[in-house]
Design a protein around this ligand. Structure first.
Ligand SMILES: [Fe+2]
Ligand SMILES: [Fe+2]
Length: 260
């Protein structure tokens, strides 16, 4: 399937921010402030995101569809909710298992209710709030912007997978990220495919670009906080400004053809 130049342009506008998000993880893996405590903290927060930001929505959708399957809601649509909820639950399991490997005897274990109470953090809340505001202001276009920035081009999982072979906690992280990467690449594609059919005017494409870039900038703060602020000062300003080389979009893996 080939994509329009407008969609390719939207990807180009976001690609430097994907690199910026990846830079946070690369900085963190080598950071002198990294400790067992900071590893535990980001894993708790990732578990929160997978469960409460990832799993709950398809779970609620399937629950709501239950009585209407083949009586208003197609079985394939319901199957899609079921597949997504299985995947997001498996992501929660992967990160929660990695977290629990880092516990000392007697440390409290993790569960969804504890995550609901303590797993979120202010910069993640700010991102959720921005997306909500975009949806309120722009309706369906705001939903498309959210869908597009979901997962931030999977850079956490891609960078985490590169830790394989370093031993200890790094191997645990690599394993969890490997479990998640393929699914999240597909979830990202769902946010891209369909944009060409749904987005009709130049103004809409421009609004999408502005919303997605703003959301990516909030994502960078969200990730930096999740990982205990490994990047600061002018280095952080540079990332938030998107002053980075563009991350190459994997057209082949996506099964898409860029405009010539
Ligand atoms: Fe996920
Ligand atoms: Fe996902």
């Amino acid at each position: 399937m080939s994509v329009s130049s407008s969609l390719a342009n939207l990807i180009d506008r976001n690609a430097p921010f994907w690199t910026a998000e990846a830079e946070i993880f690369r900085a963190y893996w080598e950071w002198e402030g990294r400790s067992r405590e900071t590893d535990r903290l980001w894993l708790v927060r990732q578990s929160y995101k997978e469960f409460w930001d990832g799993f709950v929505s398809p779970f609620e959708q399937l629950k709501a569809a239950f009585e209407k399957i083949d009586r208003g809601i197609g079985r394939h649509e319901a199957l899609d909710f079921a597949a997504t909820l299985h995947e997001e639950f498996a992501h929660y399991v992967a990160f929660a298992d990695a977290y629990e490997e880092l516990l000392e005897p007697g440390d409290p274990r993790l569960d969804p209710e504890k995550l609901r109470l303590d797993g979120d953090w202010p910069e993640n809340g700010a991102l959720v709030q921005l997306r909500k505001q975009h949806k309120e202001e722009f309706g369906d276009l705001g939903h498309r912007a959210h869908f597009f920035t979901e997962g931030g081009y999977c850079t956490l999982y891609a960078e985490g997978m590169k830790l394989a072979g370093r031993g200890g906690v790094d191997d645990l992280i690599a394993m969890a990220c490997k479990r998640v990467f393929d699914d999240e690449f597909e979830h990202m594609l769902k946010g891209i495919i369909g944009l060409d059919a749904e987005t009709t005017s130049e103004e809409e494409w421009e609004s999408l670009a502005e919303m997605t870039v703003a959301q990516m900038q909030y994502r960078i703060h969200m990730r930096n906080a999740q990982f205990s602020y490994p990047v600061e000062g002018t280095a952080l300003d540079r990332l938030v400004a998107g002053d980075c080389p563009a991350m190459p979009f994997d057209w082949k893996r996506a099964g898409l053809t860029p405009p010539s």
